[in-house]
Design a protein around this ligand. Structure first.
Ligand code: GLN
Length: 363
């Protein structure tokens, strides 16, 4: 059964590069974290080179094995993966599997060992690997990550694909073509942009589109802006520090009516917040997860606002909890004035109903 707040559990099943490839996901790295003093004596760590009178040459493999043991002894989840990600990052690679045999056998420099120690200490304090490394991959992009801005979860990559598919379908239909071509200037609104993962991926995949990305947290707005500039996508994105409410339409219609609204809103049920992973509770902005008693607090705001923002036949794409599709259906039936209907419910790669495609009905 799906357990709320299992960001890291979900990611755990995606750690293995082979599995990611099978699922058609990018060669993403995993979550991670640092400590006071490891249970294993750091004095005898391969990082110190001082257990014998002569300095011991340590390789990447030695260090990965060492930190895996330290993490295990300290009860750190995903011990092996955490250790591999940190060591490969310091060696300039995305995954341990991608290191060639030369890199694996070459002794690490003192500077590299020191850096690995610093990062591993953070993981020992249960900091997620994404924050430890300060960057993470989402689809084809490498994004800067910083606490407390919400870390994009792997399942959200599918939300992006759904918007891209709908855009392609619409374009082909509009032009009566079998092979779709992009319609110029689709306007997309992302509510709750966090690090910018969804918005920036969409800008890459839909080169004619423009995006308004809003977040109520200044730290998220700043990070989205930084990521947009690093990826040279700043020309097509308008980033707004704004807490969306029922009266937000005016601020959000700066480019006219919107084709797609996309959001991974906070949707965790309040009662489930207590079972979130330690990594999440200690480091991430919990407002980005807490959806109120029924997990629908922000979902309802988005749906109430959508009709005044969307073009006729425009769509809302939402990531939700698997209990939400029924609840949203009932809520929309109770609010027929909104003229919104569920067009499709899509499952995530774990088979859970996770994404809603809601459409504005043309008059
Ligand atoms: N997928 C996240 C989790 O399970 C929730 C994300 C969200 O609330 N938007 O913890």
């Amino acid at each position: 059964m799906w357990k709320p707040g299992t960001v890291f559990t979900t990611m755990r099943c995606l750690t293995h590069p082979l599995l990611r490839r099978l699922l058609g996901l990018s060669p993403q790295r995993m979550p991670g974290v640092l400590s006071q003093s490891p249970v294993l004596s750091p004095k005898c760590s391969p990082l110190r080179q001082s257990c014998s009178t002569r300095p011991r040459l340590v390789t990447a493999t030695d260090v990965v094995n060492y930190w895996q043991k330290v993490f295990e002894a300290n009860g750190i989840p995903e011990a092996r993966e955490s250790s591999e990600y940190i060591v490969s990052f310091v060696l300039g690679a995305k995954t341990f599997q991608s290191l060639n045999s030369k890199s694996l056998c070459t002794p690490l420099t003192a500077v590299q060992q020191e850096k690995i120690q610093q990062l591993s200490n953070k993981r020992l304090e249960r900091m997620p690997v994404q924050y430890v490394l300060g960057e993470w991959d989402f689809q084809d992009l490498t994004l800067k990550m910083r606490p407390p801005v919400f870390i994009p979860r792997p399942e959200t990559e599918d939300l992006v694909s759904l918007v891209v598919e709908e855009e392609s379908r619409k374009c082909g239909k509009n032009l009566g073509l079998y092979f779709p071509v992009p319609v110029p200037h689709a306007v997309i609104l992302e509510i709750g942009c966090g690090s910018g993962a969804i918005a920036l991926s969409l800008l890459c995949k839909l080169p004619q589109s423009r995006i308004i990305a809003v977040d109520k947290e200044k730290s998220a707005v700043d990070l989205t802006r930084e990521n947009a500039h690093r990826l040279r996508l700043q020309e097509r994105i308008h980033i707004l520090h704004h807490d969306v409410s029922y009266s937000s339409a005016k601020q959000l219609l700066l480019w006219g009516p919107i084709d797609f609204i996309v959001s991974n809103p906070p949707y965790v049920f309040r009662e489930d917040m207590a079972s979130l992973d330690t990594e999440v509770v200690r480091y991430e902005d919990l407002d980005a997860l807490d959806g109120g008693d029924d997990g629908m607090r922000v979902i309802k705001t988005i749906l109430a606002l959508a009709p005044s923002l969307l073009k006729d036949s425009g769509s809302v794409f939402l990531e939700v909890d698997p209990r939400h599709p029924n609840m949203v259906e009932n809520w929309l039936q109770a609010h027929p004035n909104l003229q919104l209907g569920i067009r499709a419910i899509h499952k995530d790669f774990c088979g859970k109903a996770r994404f809603l495609h809601i459409q504005k009905q043309s008059r």
